[in-house]
Design a binder for this molecule. Structure first.
Ligand SMILES: *Cc1c(COP(=O)(O)O)cnc(C)c1O
Length: 402
């Protein structure tokens, strides 16, 4: 028996679309990318979407657009992937890490404690696919006292007049919060289409623009597109118009646009995302949930609450009261049976890069406690019920009673 953790779902439909794109004569950013952007915006119910080559690029493009730089602070959870924090560091700003709640999500209470006049952005992370508590976060950034602390240092910061909420929704495409889909909840939202994510384009990402009232989201869309293509005034498609060769570069921009080959994959995946992909992922979550919830040795993750529904990205099971050694032993025993499991994530303060910057895991006790017992189980579209049952059986055999 061999059960991988999260293989990409590549079928003939995707292969045919990619081949058609290759034969179409247009392989880089073009009609398919623009269509994928429109479809994503319709899907999420947000104003505009820019597709890029990764979520990491999306985070950085969004932070740069807001004018985040040296001396600024960006609040984010200690329990996330490195990309959330490295994008902040690339901009010259400082990640201010806070501890998480038992649902692995950013604690709004802890966020409030670390807001300073240097705070420019909060990056909540919809860990495992479950949206964060956005109402509480908006309460914080709209709090008159906290608005007063905010020191605008760019035109758009002046216009917003408060801390920006930039959601890291790398896991949560299709999840809902108060009936709204991710992408339409925060000011800006970043999705990832990396190979292991729910919807993949091999590598890819998107920024949803959902800025309030007086922002011209079409103009922001244009600015982000230009920012992702060298700061050049015309993209390759616009330059193919006869005689339209002349261009300008308005600032030294990035190069992180999405190709039409990637967008072709995304279009196929998005079309069947709600009808096929999410329902199957939910079935797998429910099957794991039923198997582990009555077993005293385990704690199942929250994935549906009164006002939230997950995108069922990571089944973040916890072995009750387990230390790292017990958890690692279970992973090893599963591996010996041919079953791949994973750990999401090693909290950032435990990684050398962040330890060397002075972050200390002892300041994030909840993150450490959650991490120690966490074991992520295989979830993917083609995973059958018998395989799910095999994972359940082998894991139950690999964990000793507490
Ligand atoms: C995967 C992931 C990212 C990075 O996505 P890329 O598209 O690979 O840049 C960012 N944040 C989280 C939480 C992720 O899991």
């Amino acid at each position: 028996m061999k059960i991988p953790f999260s293989p990409p779902h590549i079928d003939d439909k995707i292969i045919d679309e990619v081949v058609e794109t290759l034969r179409s004569g247009w392989i880089t950013t073009g009609p398919r990318t623009k269509l994928f952007e429109q479809r994503l915006a319709e899907y999420c119910g947000c104003k505009r979407v820019v597709c890029l080559n990764s979520a990491t690029a999306g985070l950085e493009i969004a932070l740069r657009w807001f004018g985040v730089g040296t001396g600024d602070e960006v609040i984010l959870p200690a329990y996330t992937y490195t990309a959330t924090a490295s994008a902040v560091i690339h901009c010259g700003a400082r990640p201010v890490m806070v501890d998480v709640n038992d649902d692995f999500l950013l604690s709004a209470e802890n966020v409030r404690k670390v807001v300073t006049p240097r705070t420019k952005v909060i990056i909540p992370v919809d860990f495992a696919g479950l949206p964060c508590d956005y109402d509480s976060l908006y309460e914080i950034v709209n709090d008159p006292g906290i608005r007063e602390l905010f020191v605008p240092a760019s035109e758009v910061q002046e216009q917003l007049g408060r801390i920006l909420i930039l959601s890291d929704a790398a896991h949560s495409l299709g999840a809902t919060y108060n009936g709204m889909k991710t992408g339409a909840i925060a000011d800006m939202t970043v999705f990832s289409f990396h190979a292991v994510k729910n919807l993949t384009t091999a590598e890819g990402g998107a920024v949803c623009i959902n800025l309030p009232g007086d922002f011209d989201c079409d103009e922001v869309y244009r600015q982000l597109c230009v920012g992702s293509l060298h700061g050049q005034s015309k993209d390759a498609l616009a330059k193919t118009q006869a005689g339209a060769w002349r261009y300008d570069v308005t600032f030294p921009g990035y190069k992180c646009n999405m190709t039409d080959i990637a967008a072709a994959m995304g279009l196929v995946e998005l079309e069947r995302y709600d009808s096929l992909i999410l329902p199957r992922r939910k079935e797998i979550f429910d099957r794991y949930g039923r198997a582990f919830e009555k077993d005293q040795r385990f704690l199942i993750p929250e994935y549906e609450t009164e006002n939230k529904r997950s995108s069922y990205h990571v089944f973040a099971l916890r072995i009750k009261d387990a230390d790292e050694i017990t958890r690692d032993r279970a992973i090893q025993m599963m591996a010996e049976k041919g079953i791949a499991t994973n750990v999401h994530f090693i909290p950032l303060p435990m990684l050398s890069a962040y330890r060397n910057l002075g972050y200390n895991i002892e300041d994030f006790p909840n993150a450490y406690r959650l991490f120690s017992g966490e074991i992520s189980l295989p979830v993917y579209f083609t995973l059958g019920d018998e395989q799910v049952d095999a994972v359940i059986r082998e894991l139950k055999n690999s964990v000793i009673a507490p």
